[in-house]
Design a protein around this ligand. Sequence first.
Ligand SMILES: Cc1cc2nc3c(=O)[nH]c(=O)nc-3n(C[C@H](O)[C@H](O)[C@H](O)COP(=O)(O)OP(=O)(O)OC[C@H]3O[C@@H](n4cnc5c(N)ncnc54)[C@H](O)[C@@H]3O)c2cc1C
Length: 509
Amino acid sequence: MNYDAIVIGAGNGGLVAANVLAKNGKKVLLLEKHRVPGGVATSFVRGRFEFEGALHELCDYGSGEVYGNLRKLFQELGIEDKIEMVDVPEAFRVIATDGVREDYEMPFGINNFINKMEEYVPGSKKSLTIFFDLAKEIREAMKYLSDSHGKPDTKVLRAKYGNFMRVASYSVKEVLKAIKMPLKAQEILNTYWVYLGVPESKMSFVHYAIMVLLYVDYKAQVPLLRSHDLSLTLEENFKNYGGIVKYGSFVEKILTDENGVIGVRLSNGEVFNTKHVISNVIATNVYGKLIDFDKVPNLEKKKVNYNKLGARGFGIYLGLNRSCKELGLNNYSYFIYHTMNSDEEYKKMTTMDNDSMVVVCLNNALPNCSEEGTTILYFTSLYFGDCFDKEVTKENYYHLKNQLATKFIERFENVLDVNIRDYIEEIEIATPVTFARYTDSPEGVIYGYSLEENDVMLARLMRMYSEESVKGLRFCGGHAVRGSGYNSAYLSGELAAKLTLGDMKGGDN
Ligand SMILES: Cc1cc2nc3c(=O)[nH]c(=O)nc-3n(C[C@H](O)[C@H](O)[C@H](O)COP(=O)(O)OP(=O)(O)OC[C@H]3O[C@@H](n4cnc5c(N)ncnc54)[C@H](O)[C@@H]3O)c2cc1C
């Protein structure tokens, strides 16, 4: 069977890529190894609870009259009215426990955020204002770069986006210091570092500033009916555009000849022909398993060797038989750290001693997400490097995951002075092994490649037009150009599809 394009993997990136291609009249086949769409953007049921698989909060959507890039994309795809998004109540609560305990709760809205920071850190207002102005300029500059398709006019960049040019190659730590932000304000502002998985000394200021701006300015949202609803809506929309989805389809090989991609082969031997593949599967797997290594361009081999795998995921999902009010949980997201210094936190997360975490109480955004008198609470933590791999064995796996879950839950109870364990009705624990098995990601990585050094988002976007993989092959997903996150993965799907449409126009079809 011949297709204009084949998308491998129905995660967020793959679903959007498939939609955009099919909307443009292309004959598209979407292949997914599971029987449901979404990848980690899914939900699962245990007893009377439906748990969100991954999402804490979605960025770049927008609230009320405000349209973020993601909402614009959903509008273009005709699905904006088919899903219901709900605002998350506050930006975050962060607690650091070592030494003198620190506890800050930050609101959404730029002015609210700046004013609250001024309450916590008198004298921080000016630098926070500079930060948000800078972030807005960066947002505009990134739009210009994207519109200029890799060929920006440096005169325009210098004239209109001079501050962006000045900070573009610096880390969060360097820029916040340069704008003289008081250290305590820097630390509070950097709470979200864990969402990008890179500490402040290594994290690109451009990327972090945009992310914070999008959260604080547009607020964060969650879908009323969990991520599974988003994934199902995208899948149905794709089918309405004439797309074909085949579940239970594990792609074992991307077939190539001397001119590039010619098709894919499933593990059951079935072959589908195409000249264009968009891979929602990480490059490490594609170049390591799906394509014969001698067919991979040298530069791509080097790149994939150079890139560092990002955070490995650990999660605990709890269904509790008490309301969040009864439990004393009044916030939506709790960032529980030892210190407010992200470099120190990161270091700890390279060891099994790590017990820092983000805990989300879903009922505080979606009061009816579980029956009255119950609560859904989920914990996420990260491991960097191979510490989990070194510790886990076939024999100790169940013991280890129970031990880790106990450690995280106990710490949360102690820090918040609440009782959780007596009210657990359902518990599910996901380790890097779970994520590796579910998405086939190397070592259970949930953030793709680490966004650091030469591999930050801006550098990836600038290189994108000159780099060439196997002809006919493009990538989308949390491991692709924009980095991890729902919005990044969705938008990377749109980008990959548009580039593929360009390839087709260029005569490659
Ligand atoms: C616990 C957790 C919490 C998170 N919290 C947030 C959050 O609050 N906000 C946020 O924005 N982001 C969050 N993220 C990150 C976000 O979920 C991801 O960046 C995004 O969903 C990744 O999408 P993807 O397109 O890369 O697809 P993936 O979810 O990685 O899906 C890839 C798909 O490809 C399929 N596949 C793989 N190999 C093959 C093959 N050979 N053949 C066929 N199919 C294959 C897999 O089955 C899967 O369905 C979180 C992630 C996790 C795990």
